[in-house]
Structure formats: C-alpha cells, structure tokens
Write a protein that binds this ligand. Structure first.
Ligand SMILES: NC(=O)c1ccc[n+]([C@@H]2O[C@H](COP(=O)([O-])OP(=O)(O)OC[C@H]3O[C@@H](n4cnc5c(N)ncnc54)[C@H](OP(=O)(O)O)[C@@H]3O)[C@@H](O)[C@H]2O)c1
Length: 265
C-alpha cells in the first residue's frame, strides 16, 4: 500500500532509541523527511547518517536535533530547528521518557505534579507549537505513544496510569475539534515491545524478586496471547499507517499494538 506521505515532514519526539526510533525508521522508509530528537546529539547524528544512507534520494532529508523535551526551551528549539531544516511539520509524533513506578496509595502531591510535568505538559507544548500550521495547511497527523495502561491501568505504575489517562483525555477532545481541518489525532498503545527500557524494567524486576532476567521474560511472555514481545519494527509499521494518507478517516482512537495483551474490549 502506498502510504502517500513521501515528502512530508515529521518531528518524532524521543527518537534516538526505542519506539521513537522505530517510528522514525518506518516513516523514513516512506520518504518522510525526519527530525530525530533526543538528548544524545551524537546518537541522533548517527541515525541521520543511517537514514540518509538507506533512503537518501531527492526530496528526502533528515535532521539531528539535540533537545531535552521535558523543558519548554527544548520543545521550542526542537520545533524551530525542524522547521528551519526540513520545513513545516506535517506529522508530529509525541513520545518521551516514562515515569518511575509506584503504588497509588502512597502517591504524594509531587508525584501527581510529576505525572503532568512528564506525560502531559511536553506533549501539550509540542502540539501548541505545531497545530496552528497544520490547521492552516489543512493536513496533519498527531500520534502519541501511550501505554497499555491507558486501556487497562497497570499495577504499581500509578504515575504513568494517571498522566497517560490525562493525555488520552486531552487528545481525544482535540481530535474532535480539529477533524474538520483534516488533522487526525490518535494514540498507539504498546503492550510489551522489546526496547532497551523494557529490558531494563525486566532486569530491575528480576533483582527485586530475586530471580533471573530469563524467568521474568518467560513469565511476561506467558501473559501475552502472542507469547512473545513485540518487535519495534511492528510498532513502527502500525505508527506509520496511522500517520499515512489512507488513515485519513481514523481519528480519536487509541490503537493497541500488544499481541493481545490487553483483555478488555
Ligand atoms: N517499550 C514498551 O513496550 C513500552 C510499553 C509501555 C509504555 N512505553 C512508553 O513508551 C515510551 C518510549 O519507550 P521506549 O521503550 O522506546 O523507551 P527507551 O528505549 O528508553 O527510549 C526512550 C527514548 O526517549 C529519549 N528521551 C528520554 N528522555 C528524554 C528527554 N528528556 N528529552 C528527549 N528525549 C528523551 C531517549 O533518548 P535520549 O537518551 O537521547 O534523550 C530515547 O530515545 C516511554 O514513555 C515508555 O514508558 C513503552
């Protein structure tokens, strides 16, 4: 299927690794001009070189942008540099670091504030900068990386469950407001996709429970109907579709990419 987005410009937040990088690669394969954004400048440059090598052809370009997206300055700089290097942003992928674990019963007011600081404010700031141009040009795709916790809150991840539910509410409301301008707003919910972060979490769980990394992964795989973790490429492919031209009538959804992990309808 031709995704019809060659030549568009995408800012993919937190794309120097993990899910963000998988999305950036999938979009670049479609000829989308990509801004790779993260705190590691050298890693961003390596990825840009990789993309240029793989997809370099007239019209394709990529930019390496060093920015801390949890700060207002970082967000502004990332948007300004993307626009200067690659042109107006047509596709905005919202992604960023996850919060620390913790139970709901012991959440303090600082934790509640952190949920908004980390999981709502940076994404809202990016949208605020980019949305007016999308509406003016009457085309746009906003896609947020969420978590299965949006559909079924996860035990001991109270900050994540709280912040991501708030983000989901904001984006769902926004989707209805901008549909008439041909801007779609969706979320993609990872179950367990094999990234560095998931490996770190599994190592931490093994240490906490006095067992091995392999045991934790085996147990985790048993809880997934597909009996395996997802590959980042599978997640990237789903994201590229939601950002595509043929996905023009899909908006306001929170699509699961989880091998059947979430059991609720
Ligand atoms: N993987 C899964 O199965 C899964 C499941 C549920 C939820 N999630 C959520 O999905 C998001 C991405 O997860 P992941 O697995 O891809 O994580 P990851 O492998 O740890 O990658 C995180 C990315 O975020 C960037 N980053 C971190 N802090 C940043 C900051 N302040 N400013 C800009 N970039 C920053 C990192 O690059 P730099 O170090 O260069 O900044 C890196 O590129 C997280 O919020 C995670 O909680 C993932």
């Amino acid at each position: 299927m031709d995704l019809g987005i060659a030549g568009k410009t995408a800012l993919v937040a937190a794309s120097t690794g993990g899910l963000g990088l998988a999305i950036a690669r999938a979009l670049a394969a479609e000829g989308v001009r990509i801004a790779i954004v993260g705190r590691r400048r050298e890693r961003a440059k390596e990825i840009v070189a990789e993309l240029q090598e793989a997809y370099g052809r007239p019209g394709f370009d990529a930019a390496a942008i060093e920015a801390d997206l949890t700060t207002a300055e970082g967000v502004r700089a990332a948007v300004e540099q993307t626009t200067a290097d690659l042109g107006p942003i047509d596709i905005l992928v919202l992604n960023g670091p996850g919060p620390k674990p913790g139970a709901a019963a012991t959440l303090g007011s600082d934790d509640i504030a952190a949920a908004f600081e980390l999981l709502v404010k940076p994404h809202h700031a990016l949208v605020s900068h980019v949305l007016p141009g999308m509406r003016e040009r009457r085309w746009g795709r906003i896609l947020a990386v969420g978590s299965s916790g949006v559909a079924a809150p996860l035990p001991n991840l109270a900050i994540s469950n709280t912040g991501r539910a708030a983000l989901a509410g904001y984006l769902k409301t926004l989707a209805a407001e901008v549909a008439l301008d041909s801007v779609t707003v969706n979320m993609l919910l990872p179950g367990r996709i094999a990234t560095d972060r998931v490996a770190e979490l599994d190592h931490a769980a093994a240490k906490r429970r006095g067992t091995t990394f392999e045991e934790i992964q085996l147990e985790s795989r048993k809880s997934i109907p597909a009996r395996r973790y997802g590959e980042p490429e599978e997640f990237g492919a789903a994201a590229a579709f939601l950002c595509s031209a043929p996905a023009s009538y899909i908006t306001g959804v929170a699509l699961r990419c989880d091998g059947g992990l979430i059991r609720s309808l």
